[in-house]
Design a protein around this ligand. Structure first.
Ligand code: TXA
Ligand code: MG
Length: 524
């Protein structure tokens, strides 16, 4: 199809009538709005609307937003306008705000995706408003991108996605808001935010204090009230991971992983990698930055999540979908476990070489246990503390005498150890941290880990290693070996297994390589 391109920067442009002509004839034209470019057709003509779905490759159950140019044009399209809706309309129209209300027969089912409700908004962009007025009917217009891709905020984005697929494209200024409108449902006596946008939650709360934030805003939901929120969306071809954490943690993460970064303003001065900064107003630059990743041919990138207040909520919501809900909270935790003597220390050294902080969980746990005097004395007798110091041998003797006693000890110590560990990790402003612990799996510590490496080695090698290291006699060494869990136990829980069978030198090299692959997100 031949796509006519019009350059229209104001509402007095003479080409507006040509654009209206195409729309009156049931054609599709991409038009600028203040939020993103829209793919417009007569909302009341089902054949015209069908063309929008076809051009975008959009699922038929995902309804469109209907655009009007005057507030009075709303009444014929909806069955009622509750007070709350009217208050928001008066506060936010014209502007990036969409109401969901029960629809009348003026809207065909194809436009509303088969729902008995309709989404309506009155944009503030003078060009689209002049077109709507010139047509004399409302325009259905989803964002003018191929379904699933980042929404277009520049005419060049629309040309890239829609050239040859629709009758017309209006080239105009870049969109000033940069993310799609805020969508609020006023159905069943409830006010519910379905999609955050340029009108922020804080602004809405001033008009409708009881507004509910739908679960779909920040999470994946099976049954989305706003059908558009259930799809992977706004996504470039590049595989992007959303990273949550402070600026210094993010920069450390990007630096160590070596991945290309989409960063926030505050990160710019500390980043050593290649990056695109979202700058002062991330909502205006997010979509073009996501598109830029593909233009640059980048296959994998990380994106720093902003604070969720103000327009940050909309940015975060779009980032989540662009990343396919693939999100990492920093620090990224790499657990290292395995039976005694297997060679966990070599991994610790490899981590150190890569500049990654390691926490020795066994040592950490010892200090916590020491501080639980009251609880331990109550359970195992006052004499386990001598001169204020815990007699570990005596405690071990009593606690390991029966399964119930072990359980008792674990109940006292494990929750305290885990919560202290969580707290400690929270305070580490780093991209990565290693948790080194022989009982990470048994204690539940493994649940905190993003990856879990099991270090395994042959029984006889382990025996000789820990006998020497801990100066054990043959009997105690044998006892420890018998008590150890099987390899299969570790293999079942680990994400990565490394076997310590080669020479020391080779094993160190393998450890380094495994860690390097993990931190750079190499596909396995
Ligand atoms: O800023 C915007 O709203 C842009 C510009 C072009 O106006 N349009 C836009 O449309 O973003 P679209 O189709 O990309 O997104 C419409 C969103 C989808 O998430 C859709 O599921 C939701 O609104 N929606 C539409 N009608 C609905 C309804 N009746 N009930 C619930 N959600 C609805
Ligand atoms: Mg869209």
């Amino acid at each position: 199809m031949q796509t006519r391109v019009f350059e229209i920067y104001d509402s007095a442009n003479k080409d507006i009538s040509a654009v209206c002509e195409i729309l009156k004839n049931g054609g599709v034209v991409a038009l600028p709005t203040e939020t993103v470019y829209g793919l417009a057709a007569n909302a009341q003509n089902k054949d015209a609307v069908q063309k929008i779905f076809a051009a975008k490759g959009r699922p038929a159950d995902n309804p469109l937003i209907v655009h009007i140019a005057n507030k009075e044009e709303l009444a014929p399209l909806v069955k009622e306008i509750p007070q709350e809706a009217q208050r928001c309309i008066d506060a936010f129209w014209p502007g990036p705000f969409t109401v969901i209300l029960p629809k009348t027969d003026a809207i065909p089912p194809i436009t509303s995706g088969g729902l008995d409700t309709v989404a309506v908004r009155m944009p503030s962009n003078p060009v689209i408003n002049a077109v709507i007025s010139g047509c004399g009917f409302p325009l259905a217009a989803p964002s003018a991108n191929i379904s699933g891709k980042p929404s277009p905020t520049k005419a060049s984005h629309v040309i890239e996605d829609m050239q040859g697929k629709i009758e017309g494209i209006v080239k105009s200024y870049d969109c000033t808001v940069g993310v799609e409108s805020t969508v609020v449902s006023f159905i069943n006596g409830e006010v519910r935010l379905l999609r955050p946008g340029g009108i922020t939650l804080e602004m809405l709360q001033k008009e409708v204090p009881d507004i509910i934030v739908d679960d779909g805003v920040l999470h994946t939901v099976k049954k989305a009230l706003s059908p558009g929120m259930k799809y992977k969306h706004y996504a470039p071809n590049c595989n992007v991971t959303l990273i949550q954490g402070s600026s210094s943690a993010f920069c450390d993460f990007a630096d160590k992983s070596g991945l290309f970064a989409i960063c926030l303003k505050e990160d710019e001065k500390h980043l050593k990698n290649n990056y695109i900064s979202l700058g002062d107003n991330p909502e205006t630059t997010l979509f073009s930055s996501l598109r830029k990743l593909d233009e640059l041919g980048i296959k994998r990138a990380v994106c720093h999540a902003p604070d969720k207040s103000g327009t940050g909520l909309a940015v975060y919501n779009r980032m989540l979908r662009a990343c396919g809900f693939n999100i990492v909270k920093l620090p990224f935790i790499i657990g290292v476990t395995g039976p005694s003597g297997s060679g966990k220390t070599s991994l610790g050294m490899a981590a150190k070489n890569l500049g990654i902080t390691a926490i020795d969980c066994d040592k950490f746990a010892k200090d916590i246990v020491e501080s639980l005097k009251t609880e331990l004395c109550e359970a195992f007798g006052d004499d386990i503390y001598k001169n204020g110091k815990l007699d570990r041998a005596l405690l071990a003797d009593r606690a390991f005498s029966s399964a119930e006693d072990i359980e008792k000890l674990n109940k006292i110590t494990l929750p305290r150890i885990l919560s202290a560990l969580k707290q400690k990790i929270k305070e580490i402003e780093k991209g990565f941290v290693i948790l080194d612990g022989a009982t990470l799996i048994e204690s539940g510590g493994a649940d905190m880990c993003n990856r879990l490496i099991a270090v395994l080695s042959k029984k006889e090698d382990r025996l000789s290693r820990f006998s020497k290291r801990d100066n054990l006699n043959i009997r105690s060494a044998q006892k420890r070996l018998t008590a150890a869990k099987d390899d299969s136990f570790y293999k079942a829980a680990a994400t990565d297994v490394i076997e310590n069978t080669a020479t020391m030198e080779e094993f160190s090299k393998n450890c380094q390589e495994l860690l390097q692959n993990i931190i750079s997100f190499k596909e396995r």
